[in-house]
Design a protein around this ligand. Structure first.
Ligand code: IVH
Length: 681
């Protein structure tokens, strides 16, 4: 029994860890346009999480990254609610995975299907809405439900029509991908480098950066292109029965439809298409990282529906990551927020997928030893459109005996303090709590998006503030307003940006207790653990006083997290920091006022029947109740809607005979969205 609990705990911890890593990647990728993870690594983390959630459904959670698309829209733009959710795609990484998708699909369909094959453009997903033929709204995908309003920026893209030709419904939404043409990307980056500006690491990030400029004139300077790959919402039924016909129709309206789209009849033909695109890819002037295979018939698409955040009727069949050989010139180390000593590779610069790669992460000592990487080795580097490349392996046959094995430093590369090695974690730490590298990384973490979200306070500003002795730790940020005269004299934090910074710092004081907990940077305390802690203890003093049994009695917290929290609060300098934050006026207790959901389902009664794919029935029930609706167990004339999953049984027949509105899960989500839209207006 004890064993089961231990392994259960491990699974839960791993699930928690994966969720927090994936959430972090999502924010970096979708909001900051600066991912730090390989796409392939992200895909594998997502896959592991999905498998664990399937094996251990008791830990399923509707906020899990497996259930969401992307990251919530940033506050810099007006937020728009998508009329239909913007979904993501499941991935296949090889023929077998593609074929098993096809097999699953065939079982669900009554007849053979043909497919439309398209390229998978590696850019930024957008929605564009036309009313009476005029472009009235453009939005990014955001978290799939809400995106950012980038209408004026989208209007600067020449290949997106502002008015439609031919005949069109009064409301028409199209979905597509904005890309930065590679030739233009190279010129653009060269010009930035000449101006001393940081270069974008790949065309995708440059496209995202361009589309998310606050000034449309800035977007207009960047020659973006767009490929439209599908229809979104329309207010009338269009007479098109297939994906291919709808693409033809969109082309007639004036949209840019990619010339490589192809109708195929068999999986063999899909694989031929895949190979020919893979061969063509290096000559394309836009980034693409695979193909997308879609069931052609739209009625089949509707019948197949979606699971979680992905349609069952489409799959991204990814190209293998691009690899190159180069020399590992040196192994260097930087210091992380927790004092971790992080090794990274200095490489002989090499071009991969249009980017010049000079460095790669090496994670930790074990990673280097397990791959037997030596300074001077010829190594294989992999990069699949993402930013931080990986060292895949060393080519040992090319050694000449001069290669040097890794020597881990004994002292911190920044403060020279002794290093402590944690065998369990394969990491070495600088344990000097006043190491300047750690302090600045801690402030960086404190100010980051998922923590106090202080916009405009990045690594550079922090370095300047620390170098000028304006701040020593995060709590000093809240005293900065009293030092304005001194701060203003500093180069690079001029008046306007100082004003903005002070405003952002001031605004951050509204962040709730759990965000402050995340901001403290306690090892293993990410968003989920912080939420558990704030719910259980309600205020920081109770948390400081808690002991191990108090922690481990909370489902979701095990001995590892517990000991990390205890060790954090046993350090007097951390208590001092908390007291300074308290004096500054930060929220160190939970708000008691409960937030009430918008009562969009008032006076509406639902019956739920059948097996749901995405949410449990209890989740749907709670949602309905939270929105003011009622849930009944039997179908009668008084029922407004019946939500139907798989194998619904007699309730569906009753609903049909009483002519009650019938919704599947997706239609239920759509109903909520449209009611919310009307509620807001
Ligand atoms: S179809 C419901 N077609 O891939 C289907 N998506 O992981 C969803 N993408 O962000 C989209 N090329 O923007 C589709 N030919 C294509 C695509 C494509 C690129 C992007 C899409 C989305 C991501 C899905």
């Amino acid at each position: 029994m004890a064993e089961k609990t231990d392994s259960d705990n491990l699974n839960r911890l791993r699930i928690e860890e994966l969720r927090s890593q994936l959430n972090k990647h999502n924010i970096l990728y979708y909001q900051k346009n600066s991912p730090e993870t390989l796409d392939s690594e992200y895909d594998f983390l997502m896959r592991e999480l999905r498998e664990l959630e399937m094996l251990y459904p008791q830990y399923a959670n509707s906020d899990s990254p497996t259930q969401l698309v992307g990251a919530p829209p940033s506050k810099r733009f007006k937020s728009v609610t998508h009329k239909l959710p913007m979904l993501s795609l499941a991935n296949a990484f090889n023929n077998d995975e593609f074929l098993s998708w096809n097999e699953r699909l065939s079982k669900l369909l009554t007849a053979e299907t043909d497919f439309v094959c398209e390229l998978k453009y590696d850019g930024l997903a957008i929605s564009a809405i036309y009313e009476n033929g005029n472009l009235i709204q453009g939005a990014t995908r955001g978290d799939g439900t809400k995106g950012e309003d980038v209408t004026n920026n989208l209007k600067t893209i020449e290949s997106l029509p502002q008015t439609l030709s031919g005949s069109y419904p009064s409301v028409l939404e199209v979905r597509g991908e904005v890309v930065f043409p590679i030739s233009e990307f190279n010129l653009f980056n060269a010009a930035r480098a000449a101006d001393g500006l940081p270069e974008y690491t790949n065309p995708r990030n440059a496209a995202a950066g361009a589309l998310r400029q606050l000034d449309p004139n800035e977007t207009a300077k960047r020659p973006l292109d767009v490929f439209i790959y599908g229809l979104g919402y329309t207010d009338s039924n269009l007479p098109y029965a297939t994906q291919l016909d709808s693409l033809d129709y969109l082309s007639q309206l004036g949209f840019n439809i990619n010339e490589n789209n192809l109708l195929v009849k068999s999986t063999d033909q899909v694989m031929e298409y895949y190979s020919s695109c893979l061969a063509k890819q290096p000559n394309l002037n836009y980034a693409c990282d695979g193909i997308v295979v879609k069931v052609n018939r739209l009625d089949f698409q509707r019948h197949l529906g979606t699971v979680g955040r992905e349609p069952k009727w489409a799959i991204a069949f990814k190209f293998p990551a691009e690899q190159k050989e180069t020399t590992l010139l040196d192994i260097r180390f930087n210091v992380g927020r927790t004092g971790s000593i992080n090794p990274y590779a200095i490489l002989d610069p090499v071009q991969i997928s249009g980017a010049n790669i000079k460095q790669a992460t090496l994670h930790n000592e074990d990673y280097i030893r397990s791959k037997d990487l030596r300074i001077g080795d010829r190594v294989v580097i992999e990069r699949a459109g993402e930013v931080i490349p990986q060292v895949v392996k060393s080519i040992t046959t090319k050694r000449d005996g001069t290669e040097i094995e890794l020597i881990m430093p004994e002292t911190c590369p920044v403060c020279n303090h002794m290093i402590f090695s944690d065998e369990d974690e394969a990491l070495s730490y600088c344990v000097n709590s006043i190491c300047s590298a750690q302090l600045s990384k801690m402030v960086e973490h404190f100010a980051s998006k998922g923590a106090m979200d202080i916009q405009g306070l990045g690594p550079k500003q922090i370095q300047v503030l620390m170098a000028e002795n304006l701040i020593k730790d995060a709590s000093d940020l809240y005293d900065l307003k009293n030092q304005q005269d001194r701060a203003m004299t500093i180069e690079r934090i001029g008046e306007t940006s100082l004003d903005n910074l002070l405003n952002a710092i001031n605004e951050s004081m509204q962040q709730p207790f759990e965000r402050v907990l995340i901001a403290l940077g306690i090892r293993h305390v990410g968003p989920e653990v912080a939420e558990l802690l704030s719910n259980r203890f309600q205020n920081v003093d109770k948390l400081i006083d808690a002991s191990e049994p108090d922690f481990v009695s909370i489902p979701g917290i095990g001995p590892r997290i517990s000991s990390s929290i205890l060790s954090y609060f046993s350090n007097p300098s951390n208590i001092k920091l908390i007291n300074k934050l308290r004096n500054a006026g930060l929220n160190l207790k939970t708000e008691t006022t409960e937030q009430v959901d918008k009562q969009i389902l008032l006076n509406k009664t639902f019956v739920i029947t059948g097996r749901m794919d995405n949410f449990s029935r209890a989740e749907i029930q709670n949602k309905i109740k939270a929105l003011g609706g009622k849930v009944s167990s039997s179908v009668s004339k008084k029922i407004d809607y019946v939500i139907v999953g798989s194998d619904p049984g007699s309730k569906l027949d009753q609903a049909n005979s009483l002519q009650i509105n019938i919704l599947d899960e997706t239609q239920f989500s759509e109903l909520l969205q449209s009611l919310l839209l009307n509620y807001d207006q």
